[in-house]
Design a protein around this ligand. Structure first.
Ligand code: TYM
Length: 332
C-alpha cells in the first residue's frame, strides 16, 4: 500500500484554502492509503510564535483535523516535534541541499519580500525539513495545494541526490496529489491571489467562522461595478469569487451566475448572498464537530499520544537505516 504524508503548519485557525487544498483530500485518502498527517509545529518556528500561542495553535489544528473527519484509527495523526528523528534527518539532508537552489525557491523569495527583517536559515532550509517529513515515512503521495508543488520537486531532488551519493535506491519519489485533475488554489477575499493569513484576516474564511461572520466577510469581499458589455472577461476580484463559488456551490448555481454575468444581468448582492449561503452550508459539518471536540481534553490527548507512538516507530526505523547508509553505524 502506498504511503501518504502531509502536514499543515500550526499558525492559527484553518481556512478554506487549507481545507480544499489539503485537508479534504486527507479525509478521502485515509480509506485507500497508509496515511501520516501531522501538525508542522517545527516549520511554524520560522516566525517565532510566542510559546503559549504555539501550544494553543497546535492543539487547534489537531481538533480541526479530527473535526474534518480524519479518523485516528485509520490515519496516524501526530505532532512533528513529537518525532525528533525528523530533525536528525534534516541535518543529514542539509548536507546535500545547495544554497543556490534553496535561494531560488519561490516561497523563500516571497518570504524575503514580505518580511525582509527575518530572513533566517530556517526559512532558507524550510524545503529540506519538508522533504524530511515525507522521506521519513517513505511517502509517495502528498496531498497539498498548488503553492506546494515546487517543494515536492525539491523533495524529489534531495531524495534522488541522496540515493545517487550513496549508490542506493533507498528513498522513493513523492508527488503532490489532489483528487481533482489540478492542484487546488483557493483564492482569498481581498483580491490578492490565494487565500492566506498573510493577506489579513478579511482575506480568509475559517472553518470555525460562525455563519454570521462568513456572511459579513463575503458581503465585504472586493468585487467590481462591471460588466459593461456581454461576455466580458472577468476582472481578477470577480473571477476569485466565481472560483470560490466553484469550490462550494453546485455546478448549476455556478453556471446560473456565469450566464447572468455574460448577459450583464448579474447583481453582485445576490451573487454574494448565494455564495455566502453555500459556504455556510459547506462548512457546517466541520464547524459543528469543532464545537463538540474542542473541549474533549482526554480524547485529544489520547489521539496525540497514539499518533506519536506510531510515527516514532516508522521514523526510528528510517533513521537507523539512514545512519547505516551514510556510515554512522555504531562502532560499539
Ligand atoms: P501551510 O500551513 O502553509 O499550508 C497547509 C496546506 O494548505 C494548503 N493551502 C492552500 N491550498 C489551496 N489554496 C490555498 N489558498 C491554500 N493555502 C494553503 C497548502 O498547499 C498546504 O497543503 N509547507 C506545508 C506544510 C508542510 C508539509 C510537509 C506538507 C510541512 N511539511 C510535508 C506536506 C508534506 C505548508 O504549506 O503548510
Amino acid at each position: 500500500m502506498e504511503t501518504v504524508v502531509s502536514g499543515i503548519r500550526s499558525t492559527g485557525k484553518l481556512h478554506l484554502g487549507n481545507y480544499y487544498g489539503a485537508l479534504s483530500n486527507f479525509v478521502k485518502m485515509q480509506n485507500e492509503y497508509n496515511c501520516y498527517f501531522f501538525i508542522a509545529d517545527l516549520h511554524s518556528l520560522t516566525t517565532h510564535p510566542n510559546p503559549h500561542d504555539l501550544q494553543a495553535t497546535v492543539r487547534n489544528v489537531v481538533v480541526e483535523y479530527l473535526a474534518a473527519g480524519i479518523d485516528p484509527e485509520k490515519s496516524t495523526i501526530y505532532i512533528q516535534s513529537d518525532v525528533p528523528e525528523v530533525a536528525e534527518l534534516y541535518l543529514y539532508m542539509n548536507m546535500n541541499a545547495y544554497l543556490g537552489e534553496l535561494e531560488r525557491s519561490t516561497s523563500f523569495k516571497d518570504k524575503i519580500r514580505s518580511n525582509p527583517n527575518n530572513v533566517n536559515a530556517g526559512l532558507l532550509t524550510y524545503p529540506v525539513l519538508m522533504a524530511c517529513d515525507i522521506l521519513l515515512h517513505h511517502g509517495t503521495k502528498v496531498p497539498v495545494g498548488k503553492d506546494q508543488e515546487q517543494h515536492l520537486e525539491m523533495t524529489r531532488t534531495f531524495g534522488n541526490r541522496f540515493n545517487h551519493l550513496y549508490q542506493t535506491e533507498y528513498f522513493k519519489e513523492a508527488f503532490a496529489f489532489s483528487y481533482s485533475d489540478k492542484l487546488v488554489k483557493v483564492p482569498g477575499l481581498s483580491g490578492q491571489g490565494k487565500m492566506g493569513k498573510s493577506n489579513g484576516e478579511a482575506d480568509c474564511i475559517y472553518l470555525s467562522d460562525a455563519p454570521e461572520v462568513i456572511r459579513k466577510k463575503i458581503m465585504r469581499a472586493v468585487s467590481d461595478s462591471g460588466p459593461t458589455e456581454p461576455n466580458q472577461e472577468k476582472p481578477e476580484s470577480i473571477q476569485n469569487l466565481f472560483d470560490l463559488m466553484n469550490v462550494v456551490s453546485t455546478p448549476d448555481t455556478l453556471s446560473h451566475f456565469d450566464e447572468l454575468y455574460n448577459k450583464c444581468e448579474i447583481r453582485y448582492g445576490d451573487f454574494k448572498k448565494q455564495l455566502a449561503e453555500d459556504m455556510v452550508l459547506a462548512t457546517e459539518p466541520v464547524r459543528s464537530r469543532i464545537a463538540s471536540i474542542e473541549n474533549d481534553e482526554e480524547y485529544i490527548k489520547k489521539v496525540i499520544k497514539m499518533g506519536a507512538e506510531k510515527a516514532q516507530a516508522s521514523a526510528q526505523k528510517t533513521i537507523k537505516e539512514v545512519r547505516e547508509i551514510i556510515g554512522l553505524k555504531k562502532l560499539y
